[in-house]
Design a protein. Structure first.
Length: 111
């Protein structure tokens, strides 16, 4: 289950639970729609409620990042748990994604 919030500065997606093969397609579809339809140039995925992440979830995130970049939009992650951050570090995706400790840190960066 995901929620999409639109703030004046950014579109924010909050996936919940597992971001895996069972949920990745829904996540990808929702966020791709937000990328293609929103006027916001900044997009944020709030990972605070994501409990687990598998290869399908990683692929969905990378696909979303690629689409955002192709459309000239900034895509960032925030509130990534320690266990999921380790996955990003092991795959070296922490060098590809802009990751903020909190939504506040993201908002300060885009202000």
């Amino acid at each position: 289950m995901q929620s999409l919030l639109i703030r004046s500065q950014a579109a924010i997606l909050r996936p919940c639970g597992a971001l895996n093969a069972a949920t990745a397609a829904e996540f990808q579809s929702q966020f791709h729609s937000a990328i293609l339809s929103e006027q916001n140039s900044a997009l944020l995925i709030d990972m605070s409620q994501v409990e687990s992440l598998d290869s399908a979830g990683l692929m969905a995130l990378v696909s979303t990042l690629n689409l955002a970049q192709a459309n000239g939009k900034r895509l960032s992650l925030c509130a990534v748990s320690v266990s999921i951050r380790i996955v990003f570090e092991l795959t070296q995706l922490d060098r590809v994604f802009e990751i903020f400790d909190s939504m506040t840190a993201f908002e300060l960066a885009i202000a």
